[in-house]
Design a protein around this ligand. Structure first.
Ligand code: GRF
Length: 202
């Protein structure tokens, strides 16, 4: 299945998806990697991996989100995408794009949703005193980080954790979870049972 990746930055989740696609048994191939940030390291990584890449900078569109999303949509269609993975795509989408791709657009979020939608999730998890934290892959709907949950992975919050330490523990799981969930999503088998819960340590 042709799958597009949208990213804005580092692209470590995109790397995990691209690696997964190297396995001929994996049911996706990446048809295009698009970034709203022309300088995103993730875009350069994808280019080096030999993939088709495209920068669609949001800035020339000023505040016209719809026009920017029309350009994204046109690029997705031209690439023949049948599903879209948001992988650190840091722009909020309007109903124009979320409706056009309803049921076909996935996102990865660094918390156990519905806890901690939005930014700074690791810091907020530490401040809240939760003992389990993690990541979620969900379908994208109009509300930010709100769509149906497809899979989750949990990690312990250890005493003395800094947001960076906790974030690194979560990121390791993100890189396993996203390809796993995508595979089940495309094979149309339930992914929820594949969620990996790390054993509580200490
Ligand atoms: C990840 O933590 C992801 O969960 C969030 O944004 C971050 C992107 O990191 N949506 P990367 O660009 O995939 O390395």
């Amino acid at each position: 299945t042709p799958v597009a990746i949208l990213l804005s930055g580092r692209g470590s989740n995109a790397t995990a998806l691209i690696r997964a696609c190297e396995d001929p048994a994996f049911p996706a191939r990446i048809c295009v990697v698009i970034s709203n940030n022309p300088d995103a390291p993730g875009l350069e990584m994808a280019r080096k991996a030999g993939l088709s890449v495209k920068a669609i900078d949001h800035r020339p569109y000023k505040k016209d989100r719809a026009a920017h999303e029309q350009a994204l949509d046109a690029c997705l269609k031209e690439a023949g995408a049948e599903a879209v993975c948001l992988a650190g795509y840091m722009r909020l989408l309007t109903p124009y794009l979320t409706q056009a791709w309803a049921g076909k657009m996935l996102n990865i979020h660094p918390s156990l949703l519905p806890s901690f939608p939005g930014l700074h999730t690791h810091e907020r998890a530490i401040d809240a005193g939760v003992r389990l934290h993690g990541c979620t892959v969900h379908l994208v709907t109009e509300g930010m980080d709100e769509g149906p949950i497809l899979g989750q992975a949990a990690v312990p919050v250890l005493s003395g954790d800094t947001p960076d330490q906790l974030g690194a523990r979560v990121l390791e799981q993100e890189h396993k979870l996203y390809p796993t969930v995508l595979r089940h999503f495309l094979d149309k088998t339930p992914a929820s049972c594949q969620a990996q819960a790390a054993l509580l340590v200490g």
